[in-house]
Design a binder for this molecule. Structure first.
Ligand code: BGP
Length: 486
């Protein structure tokens, strides 16, 4: 069978600590911002998909803190990987995964974020996980920070808008390099760094209501994260870390709503403000000129030292990764019909079908995205997240017939193949939520992404036993044939 995928193509799966691990108060772990994400979990599906309620994640932060003893909260048990990683890695090996993308929980290593000494038990936990991956020939792709910030850093320092966070983060990264530099094959300092703009609580540890000049705070956070990213790359070089270090954004491909030049201008700005700005800084190494006008018009003055710009310029990333779930419509028409999207409300595209959660499926958009990104940066690309969140049914014989997921993945893999034919240097793909986990945006277990089913409900009831879905066998074949059989 012939394949268009390169010989060493990295077929993989992705998770994040706060959504998969559980064990929120075990092994010396401190509280993080996902643990205290508020009673949002008790809203109905309709309410959760309403933008107004999404904002409540931020507003209810303080309530969340007061209810630390509410143990029903889904992020607190995740998929229980903290206790079942051996079983999970065995399943990944059976699936044939070439690479596993997971995040390290900052609060497992530094429970408060600003502690003098790291928590050895946390280090041990990840050592064991990585060792097992290696024994099973699975490469390790680590996200250093995937949304979960030690709560103390938000309470005490105001989150990423405080420059001190750069030092705390770099100290944390240093401990990771010291302990895991031979275990990790790819590093990612930040998950979806642009989330700090569209979901500042997740991304920046920012509580909107506490900010006098909110936009200013958002871009100040981002500046500090860019610095932390470059300093981490610098540190890695100094410490002889060989594994490539990349950046990641939530990539929103935008189409103009009509051929009206006004819509095309909106599209240009949407692309610049939601996508290019971030990868331009981290891959090209400078603040792009188009942001100056934006900053001026929005009265944003980022505090920075002159040496910051040199640092950003000198230490850029080795590869670029992104999450890809759906596409957007850019329009000057304020009345355009809306739909739900990944942590944002999107304009609905009449030519596309939506998932149960309103996210519009668009494999062609993935091909467009890959072409655009490769053309702009000429660096290796990695799809760090993609997948379909759906409600699955566990049959009496423990089978799960998820043809809809197979269809979704197949169409996206075909688009990847077309991009490779177009000449794009795509090196890997880590399917989001390879094993069912708690949804980040909806905060529920019943929005499932995995090819492995986890028997748990939104309240954390269930055996947490793992079952292989039909998509498991299908993906196994895809990996075995390196994409020749889709
Ligand atoms: C991305 C996050 C992930 C993940 C994914 C799916 O933004 O990096 O953490 O959750 O989106 O989103 P959701 O869980 O809301 O369906």
């Amino acid at each position: 069978m012939t394949t268009i995928f390169p010989k060493d193509f990295l077929w993989g799966g992705a998770t994040a600590a706060s959504q998969v691990e559980g064990g929120w108060n075990e092994g010396g772990k401190g509280l993080d911002t996902q643990d205290v994400k508020p009673q949002f979990s008790y809203l109905t599906r309709e309410q959760k998909n309403d933008w107004k309620y999404k904002q409540m994640t931020v507003e209810k932060f303080e309530n969340g803190k007061k209810s630390n003893d509410v143990s029903l909260y889904p992020f607190r048990f995740g998929s229980d990987q903290y206790h079942r990683y051996e079983e999970d890695i065995k399943l990944f090996a059976e699936l044939g995964l070439k690479i596993y993308r997971l995040s390290i929980s900052w609060a497992r290593i530094f429970p408060n974020g600003d502690d003098e000494q790291p928590n050895q038990e946390g280090i041990e936990y990840y050592k064991n996980v990585f060792k097992l991956c290696k024994e099973n020939n699975i490469k390790v792709f680590v996200t250093i920070l995937h949304y979960a910030i030690p709560v103390h850093l938000v309470d005490e320092y105001g989150g990423w808008k405080n420059r001190k966070l750069v030092d705390f983060y770099v100290k944390y990264a240093k401990v990771l390099f010291e302990n895991f530099k031979d275990d990790v094959d790819y590093w990612l300092p930040f998950n979806e760094i642009n989330a700090t703009r569209f979901n500042p609580y997740n991304g920046g540890g920012l509580i909107k209501e506490r900010e006098e000049h909110y936009d200013q705070a958002v871009y100040q956070c981002l500046h500090h994260q860019f610095l932390a990213n470059s300093q981490t790359i610098k540190l890695a070089k100094e410490m002889g870390v060989k594994a490539p270090i990349g950046c990641m954004i939530a990539r929103f491909c935008h189409y103009p709503g009509t051929p009206n030049p006004a819509d095309n201008l909106v599209q240009l700005h949407d692309e610049q403000y939601t996508n290019w700005f971030y990868t331009d800084v981290m891959a090209r190494g400078f603040y792009p000129e188009y942001m100056n006008r934006y900053f001026e018009e929005n009265n944003i003055k980022i505090e920075m030292k002159e040496s910051d710009l040199e640092l950003l310029n000198e230490y850029t990333v080795d590869f670029i990764s992104f999450s890809y779930y759906f596409t957007q419509v850019s329009t000057a028409d304020k009345e355009w019909e809306k739909t739900d999207g990944n942590l944002v409300i999107a304009n609905k595209n009449p030519y596309l079908e939506s998932s149960e959660w309103g996210w519009q499926k668009d494999p062609t958009g993935l091909r467009i995205t890959l072409n655009q990104m490769y053309d702009r940066y000429r660096k290796p690309l990695f799809i760090a997240e993609n997948g379909l969140g759906a409600e699955d049914i566990l049959e009496e014989d423990n089978s799960i017939h998820d043809n809809y997921r197979i269809d979704y993945l197949k169409s996206h893999f075909e688009a990847m193949g077309e991009s490779i034919k177009d000449g794009v240097n795509l090196i890997g793909y880590t399917m989001w939520g390879i094993i069912d986990l708690v949804s980040c945006g909806s905060i529920e277990m019943s929005k499932r992404y995995g090819v492995i089913y986890v028997d748990a409900d939104d309240e954390g009831n269930g055996t947490f036993d793992r079952y292989k879905k039909d998509s498991f066998y299908w993906y196994k074949d895809v990996i075995e044939t390196n994409g020749a059989k889709l």
